[in-house]
Design a protein around this ligand. Structure first.
Ligand code: PGA
Length: 253
């Protein structure tokens, strides 16, 4: 890994605290920065910590802009499974961010291609992403960039793999259908972020984290692209970090 700091901490609460420290540094240096945000279970302790620090007046989100990685196609924003709903509930409605400054892809867009082009333009117009938060899928995806024969650079529509749909099914009720299509920011825009923070929690992520960080750089493991980025911080709990070489990691409590 070139330019990466890999930190292994004891549990998911501590992942949230360390990740919040990274956010705090970036926000204090640039109060009008563009944050790239993620959904899923991984960022929940981080978002709780950011809300806590906001209430303690340690963080001010009034000048912050955000773009999220992805959204399901056909999912109305008010649906509790949409990523817009997730972000409103877990972060945006609990902090002083201007709602107009929070951007997600529109899963209901009639013309997905134009929606994707407009999203890339928006990121460019906002000056590029200062800090991009990522989780990692068990198949190595980042955002919804699934294993593939090439790295898709731009925002695009994607068919989710069965593995991803199965992994996401845990968050859906039995009578709800897990969407098969999504819009996702591309690997190029993720890679162009000035700083990247990838979080991994739980033993189910151990193998893929090791492969992504120390295996071959390949679009079959989209997260492996991060090996080439000059400023990446990885924060894993002990379970997710258990297969990483000790010499390459910092263990902190
Ligand atoms: P998770 O998803 O945070 O729910 O594990 C991460 C991902 O699939 O990128």
């Amino acid at each position: 890994m070139y330019g990466a700091r890999i930190i292994v901490v004891k549990d998911e609460q501590t992942v949230g605290k360390w990740a919040a420290d990274v956010f705090e540094q970036v926000i204090s240096r640039k109060p009008d920065c563009l944050l790239g945000l993620a959904t899923g279970t991984t960022p929940l302790t981080l978002y709780r910590e950011l809300v806590r620090r906001y209430h303690r007046q340690m963080l001010d989100f009034s000048g912050i802009h955000t773009v999220n990685l992805d959204e399901y196609v056909g999912m109305p924003p008010e649906n509790h499974q949409s990523y817009r709903y997730f972000m409103e509930k877990n972060l945006f409605q609990q902090i002083n961010i201007n709602p107009k400054n929070t951007h997600l892809l529109n899963g209901l867009a009639g013309d997905a291609k134009s929606e994707c082009r407009a999203y890339d333009r928006l990121i460019d117009e906002l000056g590029g992403i200062d800090l991009q938060l990522l989780g990692i899928g068990q198949n190595g995806h980042i955002g919804f960039n699934e294993p593939s024969d090439n790295f898709y650079l731009q925002t695009h529509e994607v068919t989710l793999t069965e593995e991803t749909r199965r992994a996401n099914a845990r968050l859906f009720a039995e009578d709800e259908i897990v969407p098969s299509q999504a819009l996702t920011m591309g690997c190029g825009y993720i890679f162009a972020a000035r700083k990247i923070l990838l979080l991994a929690i739980g033993s189910g992520k151990a193998k893929i984290l090791q492969r992504a960080l120390f295996g071959q750089v390949t679009p079959q493991v989209p997260a492996s692209l991060l090996q080439l980025h000059p400023d990446v911080t990885i924060i894993a709990d002990e379970a997710a970090g258990r297969l990483l070489p000790e010499c390459a990691t910092e263990s902190v409590s």
